[in-house]
Design a protein around this ligand. Structure first.
Ligand SMILES: N[C@@H](CCC(=O)N[C@@H](CS)C(=O)NCC(=O)O)C(=O)O
Length: 206
């Protein structure tokens, strides 16, 4: 498998899950500095011009949640999805929230041109990010962390996803001291071998 990624982005959640599952993969850097995600070579890999993309036997799979589910399915012994269907649905409810709301809140900071053209519209959207990301952090802290991990005691594919989004909070102007359970969660995740491995691979700032 080849994982198309950019450092510090949501694609790193997939790399963390691959390590947790004990699966080997070849990381392929997509340089945002060179706008590689907008070039024809990469658009052939992912027509949406985004990371992550996972290349599996010549096919390309996109969308973080789908990739995480695929990894869990091919490595069942890693136990990355709860066996109980209702518990699994609760886990995916967190993941859908992260994809549809929290990630989108974050994107309003630097990717305003997706939604508007006027520079003052971009500035207005960016100015709102500390507020919307703090709202997301409040929801996450109160409703998405049942215990040390999203699903309580057990690690699941929702954790790499939540970890990456929470790792953006400080840069988005959110005071982590206001969210002590998230601050502790970030430290807990950074201590895991999978997160140390992606850090050593240069996917996350040390
Ligand atoms: N829903 C997509 C979102 C992916 C996404 O927006 N990735 C960002 C990085 S965090 C990206 O590739 N941005 C490049 C761009 O907007 O040019 C997923 O979860 O896979």
């Amino acid at each position: 498998m080849r994982l198309y990624y950019a450092p510090g982005t949501i694609s790193v959640a997939v790399a963390i899950a691959l390590h947790e599952a004990g699966l080997e993969f070849e990381p392929v850097l997509v340089s945002f500095k060179e706008a590689a995600q907008t070039k024809p070579d990469f658009l052939a890999v992912n027509p949406k011009g985004r990371v992550p993309t996972l290349e599996i036997s010549g096919t390309y799979l996109t969308e973080t949640g789908a990739l995480l589910d695929y990894i869990a399915a091919i490595a069942p012994d890693a136990g990355l999805v709860p066996a109980d269907p209702l518990e699994a649905a609760h886990m995916r409810s967190v993941m859908y929230y992260l994809a549809s709301t929290m990630h989108v809140n974050h994107a309003h900071g630097r990717r305003g041109s997706r939604w508007a053209d006027a520079p003052e519209s971009h500035a207005d959207m960016a100015a709102k990010v500390p507020h919307t990301m703090a709202e997301s952090a409040r929801y996450v802290q109160n409703h998405c962390l049942r215990g040390p991990f999203v699903m309580g005691a057990g690690f699941s594919i929702a954790d790499p996803y939540l970890f990456m989004l929470c790792s953006w909070l400080t840069g988005d102007g959110v005071e982590l001291a206001d969210f002590p359970r998230i601050a502790a969660y970030l430290e807990r995740m950074r201590a895991r071998a999978s997160v140390r491995a992606v850090t050593d691979q240069g996917m996350l700032p040390a």
